[in-house]
Design a protein around this ligand. Structure first.
Ligand code: DX5
Ligand code: ZN
Length: 232
């Protein structure tokens, strides 16, 4: 597993949900070569969210292609029976949704117990105060800026205020604030100014490129990073 040293610099985490599904290995190598900091893997179960993607076997298959950080976003319910499988598949960060079950505290314990960094994701309708008694057991909080399930949706602006509140609640704790959904050069500066440091981007990174023409991936990543840096 990659050892992640904590820092608050802006990380760009392309979501492979927007990659060519027939070419995950090469897509990952291409976006990493073009400047991706983490690789975001969206796991969906057709139950917690209305879409299906992939499971631990696929994560294990792509792991050797990831040189950076494997950031696994579980949009599944229940979560607990699958934590060990995703940890064994090589996930560095495993993020579970607070809305996915009644025992998020136990879930976060289990993620760290399996040797991964623990992430906690909040849907747009979930108040930020829900993290209050969980802050000492998480390494990352993911603020969803779309309703989870699909790429290419519109950024929900009300979540910027949630990020600002979350940043104040976190204080000096070494906890990443990740933003997921609708991140592009227009929205990235808003959330970075509010305190976010990890930006998931699917469509905004993969648009215009392919494994045979990866240069647009680099242009897209640099455009997000440059836009975010302007407000710092
Ligand atoms: C949504 C996923 C996101 C999604 C982001 O359920 O969790 O990671 O892929 O895609 P864009 O950047 O296109 O909104
Ligand atoms: Zn995601």
């Amino acid at each position: 597993m990659t050892d992640i040293l904590f820092d608050r610099s802006v990380k760009i985490a392309p979501s492979i949900l927007a990659a060519d599904f027939a070419n995950f290995g090469r897509e990952i190598e291409a976006v990493e070569a073009e400047g991706a900091d983490w690789i975001h893997v969206d796991v969906m179960d057709g139950h917690f969210v209305p879409n299906l993607t992939f499971g631990p076997a696929m994560c294990k298959a792509i792991r050797p292609h990831i040189k950076t950080v494997m950031d696994v976003h579980l949009m599944i319910s229940p979560v607990d029976p699958y934590i060990d499988a995703f940890a064994e598949a090589g996930a560095d960060i495993i993020t579970a949704h607070v809305e996915a079950g009644p025992h998020i505290h136990r879930t976060l314990q289990a993620i760290r117990g399996a040797g991964a960094k623990a992430g906690l994701a909040l849907n747009p309708g979930t108040p930020v105060e829900v993290v209050d008694y969980l802050l000492d057991m998480v390494d990352l909080v993911c603020v969803m800026t779309v309703n989870p399930g699909f790429g290419g949706q519109k950024f929900i602006h009300s979540q910027v205020e949630k990020v600002r509140k979350l940043r104040a609640m976190i204080g000096d704790r070494p906890i990443h604030i990740e933003i997921d959904g609708g991140v592009d050069p227009i929205t990235a500066p808003l959330v970075v100014a509010a305190g976010a440091d990890a930006l998931v981007a699917g469509s905004a990174v993969f648009k215009g490129g392919s494994v045979n023409n990866p240069a647009p991936y680099g242009d897209n990543i640099r455009a997000i990073r440059a836009a975010a840096a302007k407000l710092l």
